[in-house]
Design a protein around this ligand. Structure first.
Ligand SMILES: Cc1ncc(COP(=O)(O)O)c(C=O)c1O
Length: 409
């Protein structure tokens, strides 16, 4: 099912998985996650590299535990993500909290838990200064004003983006830092997802280095995530063989200039889990019309919204008929709303009852799933060392009704 390397998932039969756990079904391959982790960590040559998995991509407890076991810390954006990471056995000192526009109360909860926090606005920085002075370390999220990334919806470091503190506001930041003696130990930026070019990383790096010179007590610089993964044959991806040495050399040179060995941090989400995941779905109806042949599945935008949300491409294969000739289909969901996964796409001949696999369904897939049309969310299965583990049960009608009460009219 996977396109390269002998991952664990190739040792299981996905059709049998659907028989065992029913469809639709999310399946993740632990080996692929480990492969990606190794690929990323071996690309850089610096004294201390830390990978902080941006767990918003996929927060299943077993996935969190597994990625931490590989050596990664966890990057979180909500108090609930922090709590999930802790539930999976990860200590607060290995959790980084980089929220956007959350309440001060939530910031405080994270701090009380002992988590290292990233501050992305001046108002919160001032409140933290007033409340904690120099007693807690903080990171500052910088908005470098670089337009980069796949499309505007996943681009976060440009001038109109809501994220981070503008590099043009550093004087104001320094005033507050000096006023309260705030202990700034790290600077962070995340320019966006699907960054291709080493030059973009380098450009952003220079901005971070320039800003870093204004802070004397830094321990780390965090360049965010955004490494691009392939979605289809021939897709260009972030070239780590090029990026790794370039960033490492420049980073090491900057550390000399700064007079201290800083840690280099990254926060990949997609890079670690995207390709590890598949959404398996059954074909309910083959529906030829005068214009196209619709393939209607037992899933929809309720389970995988990325194509409708930001035109994401998900490769689709017919695992029930893998050697058949390809025909042209429009693959859609069962939601009562337009939910097109693929329009006029060649897929191996499809029959009712076949199981289709959506590739790249590990990141931002089940995490963005909903109960729209009052459909339960799918189960999740992890393939680890060739064995399948049910890591989240399929939701039931009971789950849909949970917490509701019926008014006695
Ligand atoms: C602050 C931050 N860091 C890291 C990431 C991970 O991005 P990616 O999955 O593209 O690596 C995101 C994604 O939105 C993010 O907002």
């Amino acid at each position: 099912m996977s396109n390269s390397a002998p991952y664990s998932i190739q040792r299981v039969n996905p059709i049998e998985l659907c028989k065992k756990y029913d469809s639709p079904l999310y399946v993740y391959d632990a080996d692929k996650i480990a492969y990606q982790y190794e690929k990323l960590t071996s690309a850089f040559d610096v004294k201390t590299l830390k990978i902080k998995y941006a767990c918003k991509a996929l927060t299943n407890l077993s996935i969190l535990k597994y990625i931490h076991k590989l050596g990664a810390d966890i990057d979180t954006v909500s108090i609930q993500e922090i709590q999930l990471a802790m539930k999976s056995g990860i200590a607060p000192k290995n959790i980084f909290y980089t929220p956007n526009g959350v309440s001060f109360d939530e910031m405080q909860q994270a701090i009380e838990l002992g988590v290292f926090v990233n501050v992305d606005n001046i108002s919160t920085l001032e409140k933290l200064g007033e409340k904690y002075g120099s007693s807690i370390p903080v990171c500052l999220r910088i908005n470098p004003h670089i337009l980069a990334g796949g499309n505007l919806k996943i681009s976060t470091g440009h001038i109109n983006a809501k994220f981070g503190i503008s590099i043009h506001q550093m004087n104001e930041v320094l005033d507050i830092v000096n006023k309260y003696g705030i202990d700034v130990q790290a600077l962070q930026q995340h320019t966006g997802s699907d960054l291709l070019d080493a030059d973009v990383f380098l450009k952003v790096a220079e901005i971070l280095f320039d800003t870093a010179k204004k802070f004397k007590n830094l321990k780390a610089l965090d360049f965010g995530g955004g490494f691009k993964v392939p979605y289809k044959e021939g897709d260009i991806t972030t070239n780590l063989d090029d990026l790794g040495p370039k960033i490492s050399n420049r980073f090491n040179a900057f550390c000399e200039e700064y007079g201290k060995e800083l840690e280099l941090w990254f926060e990949p989400g997609k890079f670690l889990v995207s390709e590890s995941g598949y959404l398996l779905a059954s074909v309910n109806v083959v529906k030829p019309t005068p214009t196209t042949t619709f393939i209607q599945l037992d899933t929809g935008l309720n389970h995988l919204i990325r194509p409708m949300f930001y035109d994401a491409y998900h490769h689709i294969t017919n695992i029930s008929n893998p050697n058949a000739e390809k025909k042209i289909y429009s693959v859609v969901g069962y939601i009562c709303e337009t939910d097109t996964f693929a329009w006029e796409r060649p897929v191996e001949e499809i029959r009712e009852g076949d199981i289709l696999a959506f590739h790249n369904a590990g990141a931002y897939a089940i995490m963005m799933a909903s109960n729209y049309n009052s459909r339960p969310r799918p189960a999740e299965v992890l393939i680890y060392e060739g064995k399948d583990y049910l890591i989240r049960e399929r939701e039931t009608l009971e789950d849909l009704m949970k917490g509701q009460t019926i008014v006695d009219f």
